[in-house]
Write a protein that binds this ligand. Sequence first.
Ligand SMILES: [Zn+2]
Length: 498
Amino acid sequence: MLANLDAVVARRARVGYNDTPIALYGTRGRTRNRTMSEASRVVIIGWDCAPPQLVLDQWLDDLPHLKAIVEGGAAGRMRSSDPPITVPAWTCMMTSVNPGQLGFFGFRNRRIGEYDGKWIANNSAVKHPRVWDILGDAGKRVCAVNVPQTYPVTAVNGILVSSFLTPDTNCEYTYPPGLRKQLDIVADGYMIDVDGFRTDDKQWLLDEIYRMTDKRHRVCKALMQVDDWDFFMMVEMGPDRIGHGFWKYCDPEHPKYERGNPFETAIFDYYTHLDEHLGELVELAGDDAAILVVSDHGGKAMKGSFCINDWLIEQGLLCLKRPLTEITRFTADLVDWERTTAWAWGGYYGRLFINMKGREPQGTVPQSEYENVRDDLIARIEAITDDTGRVMRNTVHRPQDIYTGPHVDEAPDLLIYLDDLDWRLGQDVGNPTLHSFDTEIGPDDSVHDFFGMIATRLPGERQLTIENAHLMDVAPTVLEILGHDVPDHMEGCSLLRD
Ligand SMILES: [Zn+2]
């Protein structure tokens, strides 16, 4: 199983890997005890977007390494954050606080008081300690690879390799600085993400996803071997990219499914490949390591895209300066703000903003009317129908009902989940109908789901209780496994059974 890794190690020796005086190569001289009965180390393997209904319910028998974890431990669904989106989900998981504390609600966030202003929530926006910061401060050595929102990199007691918001691999995307040059050698050109993954060139996309996944795992296996870590975490983005790129080819329930297409088993095949990597990581982790395989949210077939701004126009709540004759990207300069009540951003969930007097530059809704307008919008959104006239299973949240913390009022005025997330929301305007089966961001076949997965195995007698697991439970669980106190500010609960 480890033949490939031997080759990596041999090549690493040839290029003088061990000569570079950076922290990667320092160890604290501790001898690992691989027969300990309790966990002394923790490994988290993150599969972004891995759907429990496929991975655990349908495919487990064909994923022997994951199955071995499940049979020796526990597995089940794990509730994602609100919204169930990569940013903020991984950071909610690692900090155990909700987005109202974190202050971001997606990787794009609105600048309050501006119609067009946006900011990107990268690592600079994360003010709460992640579990690896807490462990590092307590003297534990940590290694985190490709966890979303870790660029620009910050110092850790160990190693940090940043993730998909990194501009490119020419940036300093590792801590310690310069480690990236070594990673490039190990991986033969490290890949953070598949650039341009929303493409119709599916064979190219499939090849790139495998290439990225294999490079990342070569790096992780090398780091696992040469570093004396106590906490190791990696996130693979491939499951998310393959889900969005190939769902319609693999799922007979998908509206665009075509039987006999050449990619029918693409997602399943990829997970069997990922499972082989998992087996190697688990073997390298050693018997004294607790293993957690987790996803940040689930995924499922996209039924369609609902044109939320066109709907607001139809409802008389959004007014454009002139009628449109073609599909047009929604921008602030199109809008007659003095006659507009609300506008929205699309995506796998919707964000609706009310044009409030005193907050927006040309606000129309007096503060005294704000809650009435919001209640009216909720009622109207709950009644939205699909293309057949069926009322969708829509959920509309006021941020004050689902978040706590100092940033609740920076959230969108309403968060919208259409048809239990089966429908995404499109923000373009000028669409011929409210129901679209294309997306403005390029080809995309799947949406997110509220539940990701968790599969765990602990050494010794103790186990985790997975029922009702929430991703904010992961950080307290890791701390308790390693014998650390859980800080009071963490909102999750340890899943460790007594
Ligand atoms: Zn994700």
